[in-house]
Design a protein around this ligand. Structure first.
Ligand code: 6PG
Length: 462
């Protein structure tokens, strides 16, 4: 019963993942840099301790695993991963496999894939937070098919299962493909969260609703089209009361959002790919603005607080959020599609939507329909899929109403407004870039295409 798999890094996510693996019947050897941690982890594992082999040194860890070994790294992304790969190098052979399961920058994973490592290497995006890691995360693998096949039985066993029973674990493509898809997942996570926060703000500041009333509205939405983990927890956090003051929990939390960087990476990478993802970009921008608390306080002192009364129906807000969500996902999937060409991956869009259906932070009922719509025609923009085009046609008037009324009343709605703006551009066959082209030609003789086919690329200003 010697383990064939090992795990390095018993932080929150690593510990939860190791317990999940042991629970699914796979013996696992574990090691942590700090001495004693692995032994304590074993001792606290209850019934699962029998399948957990704690080790004190990296060499002990390697020795405890039967070759060909699979070793999962759950250490902070960046230099710690490179350091760990280096210290594993003299200990492992060409048949052994190391899996980086942290939130790595996919460029790093591409680089590591190309490096002459003396062992095999997979990059793996894992989503679902601690609870997901413990009971069933969504898993996005990147690397060769052979390497994925080696660990696929473990990954499918520990992953979340969609309602139809399909495991939410799949190989996305070569090298950094798994971490790339996880990065876009996080960008979408930022956008979903921002749009919910904007609607929360309209209810709190525009409609004067208390957290408990807002919670009831979120809970109601969770039974409908918006049914999702993030709406579910939004209902829970608005219902919760502070254990110190008894106040509604959101009312005692400072409005300054943290970020570890994956949303920002998505926005930066989208620019490199020329992929328009304005809803995600707006969500990243909003986190950056939220961090500038002193400036916001000075701004309010100088110009007065912005948000005023804004009466809206909860049903209209729900429809607006439905529209915003479809627009955001359409942008995210287009970006993923763009990466296929750029990085030589064959990213399976419906397959990605299927992996996101359960276990991950953005899991939602709507992803089932998105998977179906993308399967019909992966090359078509999601907003043009008949199912979503119909939903959008019904929901866009609500998004327009919420954005225009909200903005008129002084509410900042960057993500919702960006979605609306993008949609209006996407349904405008004759836009205004002719003016850009004229200016470019004027100052730089860059040339333009004509509508009438006459063979002349320049204006009369030269
Ligand atoms: C997930 C989450 C996870 C993590 C993010 C949060 O899919 O499980 O996305 O990866 O919670 O790191 O990111 P920020 O700290 O940037 O908000």
């Amino acid at each position: 019963n010697q383990p064939r798999i090992g795990l390095i890094g018993l932080g929150t996510m690593g510990a939860a993942l190791a317990l999940n693996i042991a629970e699914k019947g796979f013996p696992i050897a574990v090691w942590n840099r700090t001495s004693g941690v692995a032994q304590r982890f074993h001792d606290d594992a209850g019934d699962l301790a029998a399948r957990i082999v704690p080790t004190e040194t990296l060499a002990d860890l390697v020795a405890a695993i039967a070759p060909p070994r699979a070793i999962i790294l759950m250490v902070p992304a960046g230099v710690a991963v490179d350091a760990q790969l280096e210290s594993l190098s003299p200990l492992l052979g060409p048949e052994d496999l190391v899996i980086d399961a942290g939130n790595a920058d996919f460029h790093d994973t591409n680089r590591r894939d190309q490096a002459a490592l003396p062992f095999r290497f997979l990059g793996m995006g894992v989503s679902g937070g601690e609870d997901g890691a413990r009971h069933g995360p969504a898993i996005m693998g990147g690397g060769s098919q052979t390497d994925w096949d080696l660990v696929a039985p473990v990954m499918t066993a520990i992953s979340a299962k969609a309602d139809d029973g399909t495991p939410c674990a799949a190989r996305m493509g070569d090298a950094g493909a798994g971490h790339f898809v996880k990065m876009v997942h996080n960008g979408i996570e930022y956008a979903d969260m921002q749009m919910i926060a904007e609607v929360y703000g309209l209810m709190r500041d525009g409609m004067g609703l208390h957290a408990a009333a807002i919670s009831d509205i979120f809970a109601g939405w969770n039974d409908g089209v918006l049914s999702s983990y993030l709406i579910e927890i939004s209902a829970k956090v608005t219902a919760a009361r502070d254990r110190h003051t008894g106040a509604a929990m959101p009312d005692v939390i400072l409005d300054r959002a943290g970020q570890k960087g994956t949303g920002r990476w998505t926005a930066i990478e989208a620019q490199h790919l020329s992929a328009p993802i304005p809803v995600i970009e707006a969500a990243v921008m909003a986190r950056n603005v939220s961090a500038r608390l002193d400036e916001r306080q000075a701004g309010e002192a100088r110009f007065g607080a912005a948000p005023g009364p804004c009466p809206l129906d909860a049903e209209v807000l729900e429809q607006a959020l439905i529209a915003g969500k479809i627009l955001c996902y359409a942008q995210g999937f287009t970006m993923i599609d763009g990466a296929s060409g750029r990085f030589g991956w064959t990213l399976d869009l419906p397959g990605i939507a299927r992996v996101w259906r359960a276990g991950c932070i953005i899991r939602s009922a709507m992803l089932n329909d998105m998977a179906d719509a993308l399967a019909e025609d992966p090359a078509r923009n999601l907003i043009m899929a008949p199912f979503f085009a119909d939903l959008l046609a019904r929901a866009m008037p609500a998004l327009r109403q919420v954005v225009t009324q909200g903005i008129a009343a002084g509410h900042a709605l960057p993500a919702l407004a960006s979605g609306l703006m993008w949609f209006d551009m996407m349904r405008t066959a004759r836009g205004t870039a002719n003016m850009i082209q004229a200016q470019r030609d004027f100052f730089g003789a860059h040339g333009f295409e004509r509508l009438d086919g006459i063979d002349d690329r320049h204006g009369p200003w030269g």
